[in-house]
Design a protein around this ligand. Structure first.
Ligand code: FUB
Ligand code: ZN
Length: 620
């Protein structure tokens, strides 16, 4: 199976991602560190380390924000040497890791909410308390830190926690897994790390742990149902538990516990939970019960053909932070949590690794360049938890949240962006996203996503295939191996050339990139009579300080005007005047429209310059 090169072997160089990574190491990581400090997230660990028994601050799963930040900062350590500046965070890393080491219990348990509260209640409310969700992020941070630094300090904390987990849950212990998936994909990450270190036995053990946790979802009797029926346990945290009961009966949908994974056919419940669950299941479906691969295929189709925004946002409803019904994709109150889009990126990445089919990358890039990146401001220090496709003034970015899952999640995603570009195995190099970068096998020069022209230079000599993805949005492409007559074949969305490659060989690619109007399936009732503008993978929106985006209508006789390399598109149309007289309603008369040229900008860049009104879907 092709895999990304280790991040330590990828140097991102293009103007788009290198700039995001510059901001990550010079702005975002420090700003988030400060938030971790002032909101008590770090002092929770310090209190436990000092032996205190009370004083926990924040939400019960706040430890996970520290772990996600540690993961992002680990990636930051690879990027930071390229930049001048003196941020505070590099020096904080080891200190924070030390406080985790000191806080961890002898038996490996680590969760400051219970350590500063009633430790007797640990592992009792799996549905709502997020102990394994936090532990999963600890594992991801430990793996990332080891991969980026070679240091074992954080990894050892993670391994000790994973061993503790196995002592509590598994075939030799008790049934049950976390209501919020995350630990499954984290254990698989740990397993892979062990495999690359030649520790096959450990690799197999952690994979078996992950498989066991995956097997628990949908098992009956449901552990979560028993928790809901126990007043003391249910009382520990109510919000999520309530949603497991529909019409007074246990449903389980909120936590994807309604059916065993192999019997699931639709994407339901909490969106982040769903994305993390299926990311893990995709990695190991051939070792799961028969039907799992088919189930994942059905879920993917339901997700991407019925329940996804054009921005790659998923999970329209705030009520359950998740999914509702097919085609229910309201724009104004779209929840579309940043973490859910990031989860979709990860799910799609696993699918393309398994199937080498570029259609998964079409979704990946939609979610990455739009619904995920919209979660962070261009300044790198303000965030959006929800990502509505329309704004009438109520939505704005903020420096942090009480429930701050999204900010460190987008930070780590920026840090690891290079992973989504290229997949490699012995016989193949797949260029999925033409991110400008250098690796040990190839380098890419690109101004993606604002231009479709890029060049690939081969660094690894040998006989193998190079497959360059031709995105779904591209109608015409040119593909040339310089100085060669070799023709590409087209397979599963890739232009493929198999030959003896020499170091220095060059491929020149031009993906025709022009602005395109998109329409939605007619059953997306919120978008009837509206269109959206996309150029390459980037979805655009009209943003204005007044309500023009809502009053604007596109003139379809005029093409949108865009210059390659730019992130502004001019669209000609008409604006409905706000003058109406001193009445609220009147008999239909002249609409009072004026010519107007609107400047569209990438959806992800909205809410940076003070524009309060936004629309992705525009009237025609
Ligand atoms: O519950 C942990 C995280 O916080 C979820 O993934 C988000 O949806 C938010 O609820
Ligand atoms: Zn989030």
């Amino acid at each position: 199976m092709p895999t990304p090169r280790p991040l330590s072997q990828i140097n991102v160089t293009d103007p788009f991602w290198a700039e995001w990574q510059r901001k990550l190491v010079l702005v975002t990581l420090d700003q988030q560190l400060e938030q971790l400090e002032v909101t008590g997230r770090l002092s929770n660990f310090e209190r436990v380390a000092k032996g205190e028994k009370g004083g926990f601050e924040g939400y019960r799963f706040n430890d996970s924000d520290v772990y996600k930040w540690l993961e992002a900062a680990s990636y930051g350590l690879l990027i930071f040497p390229k930049h001048k500046g003196s941020p505070r965070w590099p020096a904080a890393l080891d200190r924070i890791i030390k406080s985790l080491e000191d806080a961890q219990m002898e038996d490996g348990y680590l969760n400051t909410y219970f350590q500063l509260g009633n430790i007797e209640q640990r592992w009792k409310n799996l549905n709502a308390m997020h102990e394994m969700y936090c532990g999963g992020h600890l594992i991801e941070a430990g793996v990332a830190h080891f991969e980026c630094t070679g240091k074992e300090s954080l990894l050892n904390v993670a391994i000790k926690w994973a061993e503790h987990l196995r002592s509590q849950f598994g075939p030799e212990a008790r049934p049950g897994t976390d209501g919020h998936p995350e630990v499954e994909l984290a254990l698989l990450r740990l397993s892979k790390l062990m495999a690359t270190r030649g520790r096959a036995k450990d690799a197999e053990m952690y994979k078996q742990d992950a498989l066991w946790h995956l097997s628990q979802r949908g098992a009956r009797p449901s552990v979560y149902q028993a928790e809901l029926e126990d007043a003391e346990v249910y009382g520990m945290a109510k919000a999520a538990g309530d949603l497991l009961l529909e019409n007074g009966r246990y449903s389980g949908e909120y936590a994807q516990d309604h059916l065993k994974i192999e019997h699931q056919t639709q994407v339901v419940g909490h969106a982040v939970r769903a994305m993390y669950l299926y990311t893990a299941a995709t990695e190991v479906f051939d070792e799961m019960p028969e039907g799992t691969e088919t189930a994942i295929g059905l879920i993917w189709d339901n997700l991407t053909k019925r329940r996804m925004y054009v921005t790659g946002g998923v999970g329209p409803a705030g009520r359950n932070e998740g999914f509702t019904n097919d085609f229910d994709l309201p724009n104004l109150d779209a929840y579309a949590e940043t973490c859910a889009s990031i989860g979709l990126v990860r799910f799609a990445q696993k699918l393309v690794e398994r199937y080498s089919d570029a259609s998964y990358v079409d979704i990946l890039e939609r979610a990455l360049y739009n619904g995920s990146l919209s979660g962070i401001s261009l300044s790198g220090d303000l965030y959006s938890y929800t990502n509505p496709l329309e704004n009438r003034g109520a939505h704005h970015r903020v420096p942090w949240y009480g429930c701050a899952c999204c900010p460190p999640n987008i930070a780590r995603t920026i840090g690891e962006a290079g992973r989504f570009a290229v997949l490699v195995d012995a016989n193949d190099i797949y260029i999925n996203l033409p991110i400008g970068l250098e690796t040990d096998s190839i380098s890419i020069v690109s101004n993606y996503p604002h231009s479709g022209d890029f060049e690939v230079a081969i660094k690894k000599a040998g006989h193998y295939r190079v497959s360059v993805r031709i995105p779904d949005w591209c109608d015409d492409c040119e593909f040339e191996v310089l100085g060669s007559e070799d023709e590409a074949e087209f397979d599963r969305g890739y232009a493929v050339i198999e030959r003896n490659w020499k170091r220095g060989d060059q491929i020149r690619v031009n993906l025709e990139m022009t602005p395109k109007w998109i329409e939605a399936h007619p059953m997306v009732l919120d978008n009837v009579g509206k269109i959206a503008l996309q150029c390459g993978p980037v979805v655009y929106a009209f943003e204005h300080e007044e309500s023009l985006p809502q009053r604007f209508r596109v003139d379809l006789n005029e093409d949108p005007i865009w210059k390659s390399g730019s992130s502004v598109i001019e669209v000609k149309g008409y604006v409905r005047s706000e003058d109406f007289g001193d009445v609220l309603y009147d008999e239909l008369a002249d609409s009072g429209e004026k010519d107007f040229t609107a400047k569209f900008i990438p959806f992800a860049n909205c809410h940076n310059a003070g524009g309060k009104f936004v629309a992705v879907w525009i009237r025609i």
